[in-house]
Structure formats: structure tokens, C-alpha cells
Design a protein around this ligand. Structure first.
Ligand code: BDR
Ligand code: CA
Length: 313
């Protein structure tokens, strides 16, 4: 099998780092490039962290581009309380030597997608600002996108607020553009996000590893365990697992939309799971919704093993 061409859009972030490590090292994937957006931390830190992780994984050949430094409409809201002041657990590590490429992320993504002979899988694990700009400015890219695997949203509870998941809440206007675009989409959201995790024993093994990628994962994982406790989720890396091993997920297709109103539901993904939804009057159908494949269950052990085996290889 030829490796699947993929692009990651990241706001690196501890679990984005876990996702980058997996995408950089797994032989079933051909990581064409990585675009950066503000989210967990400001854009300059996202870029530094992304380059640091790729260099550690011996993949500084993967091009990295700078994208949006703020959401389309909202004010930025960072998650430094979880990811550390530098977004990467304040880890003591060699600073990256590599630099981002020149084009802005939106043109970078367009060129990578249209320039590839096969359809490309796009895996955004961050606020959707870059992807919304891409689909709006260059809608022709849709033809060559195999699938969007979005880490974001929830069919149930939120984490940034009671109802909204962080990536969607950070830029709801962008998320609504992406969720309403005519591209096959998997929502790898909070319904599965926390289920794929590793425990204290595995984390200590990573910290003591001679493999530098594994060691970095162990060090930054230790930071987040210090804040949120054990076990720690592999988080965004689960969306990359879904590109490698889609059978590890239970997906169900539902009309889905994003709340962009001000108020307590801002940034919520509304997933219409009513079994009788097709029989209700049209005016009570979910407005502006599009069918999305929602990940409702994950084979946690299988994905955790996939991640651990790959990053320690
Ligand atoms: C998402 O928010 C960020 O903090 C994580 O990197 C992940 O992408 C989870 O809600
Ligand atoms: Ca992220």
C-alpha cells in the first residue's frame, strides 16, 4: 500500500505534539506539510513548538507554514494553563534550527493539495481559521481533498465551556464555514478524545527512553499529568490514528452545525441524533446543517498501542 498523503493543521500544544510525532513517524502516512494557527498558544510559539517536534522526530524535511495569528471574528483565547507558558509544557529542550517556509498557510495548503497527484487527507487538530480561509479563498481544493478528519466539537458536553469544545469555541465562525463545506468530514470530538490514554507506567517508560521522540513525549506528558492527573489522553493524536486505522472508530452520520451566536452555547457543535429527525416538519430540522461522520466510540487500547509503538520505533 502506498502511504496516505496527509497534511496536519496544528496549534502545538502538548497533544498536537503527540499527533505530529505519530504523523511524522508512521510508515502508512506521507506527511506532506504542516500549517500552524493560533489556539493553544500564540502563533510564534505554535511555529517554534511544531519545528521543535519535527526536528526531534528527525523530520525537518516536512515543510511548516505560518497561518492565521487570530480567529476570524473572536478575540484569541489561549490554553496556556493546560499546555504551559510556552505551549509545550515548559520543557527544557534544544531550540529548533529549521525555519518555516515563506508562503502563508492558506496558499501553502492550496499548493500542496492541488499539486499532489492523489487526493489528500487534511487533519486539522486546532481552531479552523486556516481551513475556513482556504475553503473560502480557494474552493477548487475541495476536489482534491479525500477527507477532513477534524479534532473538534462534541455530540455531548464541552470542555472550553459547558457546551463547546476548545477548537470550535476559539473560532466558531471559521468552524461553521468548514462544517458547512461540501467535503467528506469526520468529527473526532470529545465523545472519543479523552478515551485514548496512557498511564503513569507508560509515561515513565517514555521519559526514560533513549529514543528522543519518545523522551520528548514523556517529558511533555509529565507536565500535563501534573495538571490534569493520570491517565493522560493522547488527544489530537487520536485523529491521526483515525487516518491510519479508521476501523478503530464507530462512526455515525448526523446533520451537524455550529453555534455562532453570542451566549452560553457559542462554539457548540449541535449534532441532530433524533432517530425521528427525518419525519419532523421541515421548519424543525436543524438549520444550516450538513451530514458529518461523528466518532461516537473508539477502540481505546488499539489507538493507544498504535501511538506508543510508533513513537517509540
Ligand atoms: C483540543 O483543544 C486543544 O487544547 C487541544 O490541543 C485539542 O486540539 C481539545 O479540546
Ligand atoms: Ca490542538
Amino acid at each position: 500500500m502506498r502511504p496516505k498523503p496527509v497534511i496536519l493543521d496544528v496549534d502545538t500544544g502538548i497533544d498536537d505534539a503527540f499527533a505530529l510525532m505519530l504523523a511524522a513517524k508512521h510508515p502508512a502516512l506521507n506527511l506532506l506539510g504542516v500549517s500552524c494557527v493560533d489556539g493553544n498558544c500564540p502563533l510564534d510559539q505554535v511555529v517554534r513548538n511544531t519545528l521543535l517536534v519535527l526536528e526531534t522526530a528527525d523530520r525537518s524535511d516536512v515543510p511548516v507554514a505560518l497561518g492565521a495569528a487570530r480567529p476570524l471574528v473572536a478575540e484569541p483565547n489561549y490554553a496556556l494553563a493546560v499546555h504551559g507558558d510556552d505551549g509545550l509544557g515548559n520543557v527544557q529542550w534544544t531550540e529548533p534550527k529549521s525555519k518555516p517556509v515563506k508562503p502563508f498557510a492558506v496558499e501553502f495548503l492550496r499548493d500542496l493539495i492541488l499539486g499532489h497527484p492523489e487526493k489528500v487527507t487534511l487533519i486539522p487538530v486546532a481552531p479552523l481559521t486556516n481551513i475556513a480561509l482556504l475553503l473560502t479563498e480557494y474552493p477548487e481544493v475541495k476536489e482534491n481533498i479525500e477527507q477532513l478528519i477534524i479534532m473538534g466539537g462534541s455530540a455531548g458536553l464541552g470542555n472550553a465551556t459547558a457546551l463547546a469544545e476548545f477548537n470550535i469555541w476559539h473560532d466558531p465562525e471559521a468552524a461553521q464555514i468548514v462544517f458547512s463545506a461540501d467535503v467528506p468530514t469526520i468529527m473526532y470530538g470529545l465523545d472519543v478524545f479523552y478515551d485514548v490514554h496512557i498511564g503513569e507506567r507508560e509515561l515513565i517508560e517514555l521519559q526514560n527512553s533513549k529514543n528522543t521522540t519518545a523522551k520528548l513525549a514523556g517529558e511533555i506528558g509529565k507536565y500535563i499529568a501534573g495538571i490534569l492527573g493520570y491517565p493522560i489522553t493522547i488527544g489530537d493524536a487520536g485523529a491521526v490514528c483515525a487516518a491510519i486505522d479508521p476501523d478503530g472508530l464507530v462512526l455515525e452520520t448526523y446533520p451537524t452545525t455550529v453555534v455562532t451566536d453570542k451566549g452560553p452555547a457559542r462554539g457548540m457543535t449541535v449534532v441532530d441524533r433524533r432517530p425521528y429527525r427525518d419525519t419532523v416538519e421541515n421548519e424543525r430540522a436543524l438549520p444550516d446543517a450538513r451530514d458529518v461522520s461523528v466518532a461516537l466510540k473508539v477502540d481505546s487500547h488499539r489507538y493507544a498501542k498504535l501511538w506508543l509503538e510508533t513513537i517509540t520505533s
